[in-house]
Design a protein around this ligand. Structure first.
Ligand code: CO8
Length: 258
């Protein structure tokens, strides 16, 4: 197994787990952490024995943003030449469903990383925010786009322009997170969700994710056409025949993920 310095990677059944592990820096996202998270996620995506990814933070912070100390001394030529933080986009191109458990701070890049997940389970202590404006910059890992698509202009402008943090209850009310649970339940519930998804037919789950994700990119008509084509294409897979036979025979399906 690959040696990591900023994350802990493990598997639990068909769930691939990535625990952010820079607790002293509140899991601030540096270049090493980005590379390690994305590489681990890419490997899980390609592994036929893994059906979902779970991203976990620590109790005080999911992640308090990009590593400000690492960024502070960058200049425009170095940021541009390295296309700083582009690698995170590779995470968003994965087909495998991703669940994030958020407790404590999910700020700046931390909020943006959580939004790259398909489902966010928040503990009651979760605090989401895009405070970059307080550092004289703006969101740079998709916050201005993903946040706006997920919660609408009114709340996105409020968060991005004022930098204020919102709590778990408000985050659920505005549609940023899927569920809020007591803190001690956040990791177990997120794990249950990830296990439930991993127990589905992998290609069906991937196509379900692709169809929902497409709604952020396409017109309604194109999205509905894509959904129908994906639906049709599932009839080429053994899992469709198995799922429907199992229903008729009143038994649980045995997926071959093919
Ligand atoms: N980067 C680096 N170190 C951090 C960060 C961070 N984002 N956040 C916290 N830390 C460190 C602190 O410096 C401190 O280290 P040390 O003990 O060595 O002094 C340690 O973590 C603990 O932090 P605090 O003592 O500050 O803990 P508090 O409980 O007092 O406060 C807060 C917690 C409120 C979360 C506070 O730490 C804070 O405000 N952090 C910064 C939050 C922030 O501004 N995040 C946005 C960063 S910018 C960003 O994310 C841009 C992303 C897009 C980049 C795209 C490029 C193309």
């Amino acid at each position: 197994m690959t040696e990591h310095t900023t994350i802990v990677v493990s598997t639990e059944g068909r769930v691939g787990k990535i625990q952010l592990d820079r607790p002293k820096a509140l899991n601030a996202l540096n270049q090493t952490l980005m590379e390690e998270v994305v590489s681990a996620a890419v490997a899980f995506d390609a592994d036929p024995d893994i059906g979902s990814i779970l991203i976990l933070g620590s109790d005080k912070a999911f992640a308090a943003g990009a590593d400000i100390k690492e960024m502070a001394h960058q200049d425009y030529p170095s940021m541009y030449a390295s296309d700083w933080f582009r690698r995170w986009e590779d995470l968003t191109e994965l087909r495998i469903p991703i669940v994030a458990a958020v407790k404590g701070y999910a700020l700046g890049g931390g909020c943006e990383l959580a939004m790259m997940a398909d489902i966010i389970v928040a503990g009651e202590s979760a605090k989401f925010g895009q405070p970059e404006i307080n550092l004289g910059v703006i969101p740079g890992m998709g916050g201005s786009q993903r946040l706006t698509r997920s919660v609408g202009k009114a709340k996105a402008m409020d968060m991005v322009l004022t930098g204020r943090h919102i709590g778990a209850e408000e985050a659920e009310r505005i549609g940023l997170v899927s569920r809020v649970v007591p803190d001690e339940q956040a990791n177990p519930v997120a794990e249950e969700v990830a296990e439930l998804i991993a127990a589905k037919s992998k290609p069906a789950a991937q196509m379900a994710k692709e169809a929902v994700a497409a709604s952020f990119e396409t017109t309604l008509q194109q999205g509905i056409r894509l959904e129908r084509r994906l639906f049709h294409s599932l009839f080429a897979l053994a899992d469709q025949a198995e799922g429907m036979s199992a229903f008729a025979e009143k038994r649980g399906p045995e997926w071959t993920h093919r």
